[in-house]
Write a new protein. Structure first.
Length: 109
């Protein structure tokens, strides 16, 4: 708790996939994740959000808060909207997360 107040906690999520976009306006996060509609996530007032999209790179959503439990819960909720699939690696993942990839059907022969 002392670390949270003095330094703060940070969680970074990366959106991997063609056409996946993130836009942060205040405490509302708008995600375009390949569904037929955009997803709006209302975040608690204790959590600040920042979405960065650099050209040629995957969008990164940064969550910052003094409450470690709350930031983990919010990050898990956002990640559950599109979990990483093991064949192509598309989905929402943490920046330092390593995804185990599976071989497709052709590798069985």
């Amino acid at each position: 708790m002392v670390k949270g107040v003095s330094e703060g906690y940070k969680a970074e999520l990366e959106l991997v996939g063609v056409g996946y976009k993130a836009n942060a306006t205040g405490n509302i996060l708008e995600l375009s994740l390949g569904y037929s509609h955009n997803i709006f996530v209302a975040l608690p007032k204790e959590v600040s959000v920042k979405a960065v999209t650099d050209k040629g790179k995957n969008p990164i959503v940064t969550l910052e808060s003094i409450d470690k439990q709350l930031i983990g819960q919010v990050a898990a909720k956002i990640r559950s909207l599109r979990k990483v699939e093991p064949y192509k690696g598309k989905g929402i993942r943490f920046v330092d997360e390593v995804v185990r990839r599976k071989a497709g059907k052709t590798a069985a022969k």
